[in-house]
Design a protein around this ligand. Sequence first.
Ligand code: GLA
Length: 751
Amino acid sequence: MTIDWDPATREWHLHNGATSWVLAVLENGWLGHLHAGAPLATGRSYRHLYLGFPGYDNRVGEPVGLALPGPGVGDFRVPALVVETPDGATVLDPRYAGHRILAGKPAIGGGLPATYVEADEEADTLEIDLVDEPSGVRVTLAYTLFARWPVVARSMRVINGGTSGVTVRCAMSASLDLPDAAWTLIQLSGAWSRERDVVERPLVPGRQSIGSIRGGSGAEHNPFLGLRRVSTTESHGEAWGAALVYSGNHLCEVEVEPFGTARLRLGINPESFSWRLEPGETFRTPEAVLAWSEAGLGGVSAALHELFRTRLARGPWRDADRPVLLNNWEGTYFDFDHDRLVAMAGAAKDLGVELFVLDDGWFGARTDDTRGLGDWTVNLQKLPKGLDGLAADVHGLGLKFGLWIEPEMVNPDSDLFRAHPDWAIGVPGRKRTMWRNQLVLDLAQPAVVDHLATVIGDVLASAPIDYVKWDWNRYLTEPWTPALPADRQGELFHRYVLGLYELYARLTERFPSILFESCASGGARFDAGLLAWAPQAWTSDDTDAVERLAIQWGTSIPYPLSSMGAHVSAVPNHQTGRITPIGFRAAVAMFGAFGYELDPTALTDEERAEVRRQVAFYVERRDLFQRGRFLRLRSPFEGKRNEAAWMVADAAASRAVVGFYRVLHRPWPRRDRLVLRGLDPAASYEVTAWTSFDAPEGTFVRGGDELMRLGVRLEPPDPAPPEDLRNPDGTWIVRGDFQFRLFDLRRIGER
Ligand code: GLA
């Protein structure tokens, strides 16, 4: 893997055998983008790929691939950089001024989270400098190509090298010109409790974009875009995946221009953004991560999963086994006291659970969601022994102890708000919009971040706390901050996110052994930015197993299983009212960071025995679920949306677990086989089928080639069910709706 520079042709070729990116200095000094995607031979020039456009004396025009397009100079597509100079103009002419090829990956700086390397051999970085002479604005574009994955991380620095202030109005993290638009766009869109539905549409002329102006990445559109060819499947064909390592307002967009080329750009949403740059100051964009694969969408996912799990997540919990947790939220809501919690923890311990998490309601006057947010002192009425007393009792049972916080928020009915009303975001003299009875604290004010680092730090130091669930339950409205003058209010949204990252940085540095899980009314801030601080995130408040098939499928396109909090909850489900068997619920939740969210003291003896078996099943295969390669097999978004299947396999293809799910039963099912992936075609596998956690239904031996070409038989079931599950005519007794089958595969030798 390396980055080649040919001074004769003025081309760079970034290549690692799995992907190539080719950039060049154009005749006018601009930076051209000649190619990105399929691996190309090195040692050749690709300048002929550059399409000039007659009619413009600066030799640019829409079909030209540009790495740093700006407005007002003949390229009428969406720009990657817009800087307003003191005369009010936004015209830039950024010309090549030099470059560096660096081993490894320099830190992004500016408090922003980013992917990283642990050794210089893991990546090479190309930094290209461009200068706009009239204004003195200098730009550095950074491209890091990883050795292990077909992935480029891209970010930009804008430096005001002039003598007067300028205003950055748009600064995209990535801008990539593709030579054709024959792609289907994949977006992950939804809402509270139905996050990250897979939505696909063919590209058409014009701009197609998703984004957020909510102050957080949002449940509505994840900061991710995929592209696939019409014929691309999960395992074959060309695909792109582009993710933004950022948790605030974002824009993910593709513009198709009249000649049929496509420009993809990702970055902070310019809609709600401006940034004043005084002479000598630097603005850093967040990082965008772009993965290309010709092994289908699954190839893109495999690269992003490994990158995010091993070189975005940080700290000791990156690699450590994630504990099976029990969260009290759906079990008690606000109605708990010390004894009830300890009873729940005791019952959880008996089930094999490893971590007990106390959710909302333990602090201040927080008896419901109308009060108390912001007052981070323990409520001694509910918890007379304090947090340390509770943690001690939970630890005494042999469990770890975890705690919920929502530091970025305040209820007007709180001591914090009464003391500091100006710490909540709002425009003086205007009504503030309430949402879940709360307001957002202004993290653009350094004093607010300092205060939160102190009070939350005090809480975390006050008791032996092993885990924190960091929630965020409303979006930003009436954006205005006293921290900035009138002409700089466009900085608030980004400064809020920088304040959030600073708070995370301070707390994760001070408490390195705490496992952080992010949350935002479920999965409204499930993004690569927060995964750098918190290696797992609460995927959705919707714990219904049927809904979770879709939510976890969509989430898994960019994000690894280790990042997806997934819990078994009580029925009727609190979000949908649906009643599903507890085995089905567990068989879905195991494909995630596994846990329970119910009152374990309310379980029957039979359910308790079942949960014990579920936890044991998961723990025995935890390594596979957490670190294995996840492969999507059958989409819950396709057909009648009645089935889904996926699997995890280890890198050596020696173990795998396959999950197949059928929502509603239909009599006389068609003959059906499920084709597996990620196995060794030359190996023999012992396959054990489970349709409940009571006991496996049976075992058979199959070749990896057969499992990956013909598949494993679902109907009639393989193996044939035991005698007591058969009808007199030999057909098998169907267990009704919400059926699952798990296939546990172990390599037992060569074929
Ligand atoms: C949000 C979270 C839930 C729970 C509640 C507590 O909705 O997503 O999991 O923590 O807040 O108020």
